[in-house]
Design a protein around this ligand. Structure first.
Ligand code: ZN
Length: 248
């Protein structure tokens, strides 16, 4: 068993929350019970995940995508009311870490996605050093796409570059398609992220650097469970990762 405030403090320091400029508050977003025995981790604090955490008897939910984002007007109505109401009715603490969880060198999404794909982060690039760069685990784009397909259970959308042999691969989980130019500037032969937008197709054609969109959810499925397992070991808690499938 652990006190909520001890977990809150531990995560704040471990993830270096103060280092990041983010789109929402990192840390405790909804306050529940003071004492925590059982933690559920997941990617997004969706209603389905909250309901699963309730069924599991969780005292805390640990996610990458929390409830409150820049641009939201603060009203607890509709779908947001339904999520918050469920958490509060069951005394479930909601801990959410966005960019700090992407970035953590061991428990973070980029570190953990790298492990899935056989990539080692040798350098960082891009805004707030969120992008990772390392030696290519395979020499061809086809082999890299197949590796991602096998590891993540879904075929990536591939924008081929100029067919060059792969030496350096850059990656950044989730909606990091805007990092493509920085990845190219950092010397990548291919860039892996979750999502794709229209401009990346032209950049891939015009620079020769390949782009793989492997799914926002699929690429961000690994940090929360790694961090949850760490917390469980650190504080003697029960932990379960619950994956709510999301094709996007
Ligand atoms: Zn994300």
């Amino acid at each position: 068993m652990a006190q909520r405030r001890d977990i809150d403090r531990h995560l704040h320091e471990l993830l270096q929350v103060d280092r990041f400029k983010d789109y929402g508050p990192n840390g405790l977003q909804v306050e529940g019970k003071d004492e925590i025995v059982k933690i559920v981790s997941g990617v997004t604090a969706s209603r389905a995940l909250i309901d699963a955490a309730i069924a599991e008897g969780a005292d805390a939910l640990l996610v990458h995508h929390g409830l409150f984002w820049r641009g939201h007007d603060g009203r607890l109505t509709g779908w947001l009311k339904a999520r918050v109401e469920r958490l509060m009715a069951h005394g479930i603490n909601l801990f959410a870490y966005h960019l700090p969880l992407d970035a953590h060198p061991e428990w973070g999404n980029n570190a953990q996605l790298g492990r899935q794909l056989g990539l080692q982060g040798e350098a960082r690039f891009g805004d707030q050093d969120l992008g990772w760069l390392g030696a290519a685990p395979v020499a061809t784009l086809d082999a890299l796409a197949e590796c991602a397909h096998q590891a993540l259970g879904r075929a990536p959308l591939v924008l081929p570059g100029d067919g060059r042999p792969l030496q350096r691969v850059a990656w950044c989980t989730g909606g990091a398609q805007g990092f493509f130019e920085a990845a190219i500037a950092a010397g990548a032969d291919a860039f892996i992220t979750g999502e794709v937008s229209e401009p990346q197709a032209h950049l891939a054609r015009e620079t020769g650097v390949a782009f793989l969109a492997c799914g926002h959810h699929a690429t961000e499925r690994y940090g929360a469970p790694a961090l949850g397992a760490h917390l469980a070991a650190q504080f003697g808690l029960t932990h379960r990762f619950i994956d709510i499938d999301n094709p996007a």
